[in-house]
Ligand binder design. Structure first.
Ligand SMILES: [Zn+2]
Length: 209
């Protein structure tokens, strides 16, 4: 963590226990996030101002979490996916940064920064991280990121470190979960490297705040 922070990158919080927010009580959520924020700040000696929920789990059932993030001193959240599936997403949520107070009256000035999607006639298509990034060939990712840039917005890319590690130990998962977790891991690092080389990249702290 210290090496990453000292290299000039932003360190934000993904929570401590990586549990779905909508399955937690507000008090359990507060403790989990506070614990990770304090731990990271002690390690890097800088304020942690950003949060992203495990599996984008701030949804209609857990908008209350935005108020807690504001109370804990976060300046932005990046957990509301404007694309709905079985696990996460908020239908009709904005595709570009907006005030989280739109969904929670206690959110103060907290900024909500959605992961990128491209707008298609019937739905928004995710492409810029996780399973979508691993599954799509690079030319699609390149074209979609440029489309977002043409709309005058930066593309929000995201990956877990494990998504570029083909040698990680495999969990015993259902067919569906194994596909979501492991599909395309082998080619992911080279795709990520291409993105970093081809696009002008920066941290959310520096580009969007
Ligand atoms: Zn995660």
């Amino acid at each position: 963590m210290r090496r990453i922070a000292n290299a000039g990158h932003e360190i934000a919080s993904h929570g401590y226990g990586h549990q779905l927010v909508y399955k937690q009580t507000p008090e359990v959520f507060r403790q989990d996030v506070y614990r990770s924020k304090c731990m990271l700040e002690d390690l890097i000696g800088k304020p942690v101002i950003g949060y992203r929920a495990p599996s984008w789990s701030i949804t209609e059932d857990s908008f209350w979490a935005l108020g807690i993030l504001n109370e804990l001193g976060f300046r932005y959240d990046s957990s509301i996916f404007p694309f709905k599936n079985f696990l996460y997403g908020v239908k009709g949520a904005p595709r570009f940064p907006f005030r989280a107070s739109q969904y929670c009256k206690d959110a103060g000035d907290l900024l909500e920064i959605p992961p990128s999607t491209v707008k298609m006639p019937l739905l928004n298509i995710p492409f810029s991280g996780g399973f979508y990034f691993r599954a799509l060939p690079y030319p699609f990712i390149n074209a979609f990121a440029k489309q977002v840039n043409r709309e005058k917005h930066p593309t929000v890319f995201y990956l877990h470190p494990r998504e570029i590690d083909p040698k990680q130990p495999r969990l015993n998962l259902s067919k569906r979960d194994a596909l979501i977790h492991y599909y395309g891991i082998r080619g992911c690092k080279s795709k990520m490297t291409k993105v970093i080389r081809k696009f002008n990249c920066g941290a959310i702290r520096d580009v969007l705040l």
